[in-house]
Design a protein around this ligand. Structure first.
Ligand SMILES: Nc1ncnc2c1ncn2[C@@H]1O[C@H](COP(=O)(O)OP(=O)(O)OP(=O)(O)O)[C@@H](O)[C@H]1O
Length: 217
């Protein structure tokens, strides 16, 4: 597999169940180590880095958005959003925080606890957490998997427009053609290999392609 992603791109990874999407995402984001090959971020090969340098490189470049949000219930939404920044001893200005909260429609929700938020609201908190720091690379595994259709649409609009505004690169795994249509480029994976790497596909074309991959094993 040979794949390059440019800064500022929004890339979707698609393919049948078991094709290797999550494995690819975990390798690219340094959560897993490859047994062969290299994975470079800004010219630095993650595969060659030993701990704790790998963790440092990961935490200073990459943010994650997970399907199950991975928020901490005992912290407020605001503290969840700022947690990674606090852990890395980075200051975020009130102005930047308020701007992101307002862009994601979260301002009024800050008084609530995490348990009082809906799935879509929790996902917006997770997106705010990914967008707020300096990390320019966002990996998302099924970021809208647990959401209803309306919320999915809202979340994708917010994620992609905010990513553009804040200059982030987004690499996401999705089963959903509608979500993939928001990407600049779609990588279709089949049996651990890149089957195709395409731009500009419409919803229906993505569905057809995905259908042929899932029914062609
Ligand atoms: N840690 C592991 N050790 C061995 N094999 C694994 C491991 N993790 C995943 N696999 C296998 O690698 C293949 C790809 O798995 P992966 O989770 O990347 O697929 P996927 O495309 O994300 O699937 P899904 O859409 O169902 O989540 C599968 O056959 C899976 O069983």
């Amino acid at each position: 597999m040979n794949l390059q992603v440019q800064s500022g791109e929004i890339v979707a990874i698609m393919g049948a169940s078991g094709a290797g999407k999550t494995t690819l995402l975990n390798l690219m984001s340094g959560l897993d180590r490859p047994t062969a090959g290299s994975i470079e971020i800004n010219g630095k090969d993650l595969a060659k880095l030993k701990e704790p340098l790998l963790t440092k490189t990961r935490t200073s470049n990459i943010s994650y958005i997970f399907q199950d949000y991975k928020l901490l219930d005992y912290l407020s939404p605001k503290d969840n959003i700022l947690l990674t920044q606090h852990l890395n001893k980075k200051e975020i200005s009130e102005q930047k925080l308020n701007h992101i909260l307002s862009r994601l429609g979260l301002t009024k929700l800050m008084k609530l606890s995490i348990n009082q938020l809906s799935g879509g609201q929790k996902q917006r908190v997770a997106i705010a957490r990914a967008l707020i720091g300096d990390n320019n690379l966002i990996f998302a595994d099924e970021p809208t998997g647990a959401l209803d259709l309306f919320t999915r649409d809202e979340i994708m609009k917010e994620l992609t427009s905010n990513a553009k505004e804040f200059g982030k690169t987004v690499i996401m795994v999705t089963h959903d053609p509608y979500v993939a249509a928001y990407a600049n480029r779609i990588i279709f994976i089949h049996d651990g290999k890149i089957e195709s790497n395409v731009s500009g596909l419409k919803n229906e074309e993505i569905s057809r392609k995905l259908f042929s991959l899932t029914h062609n094993e």
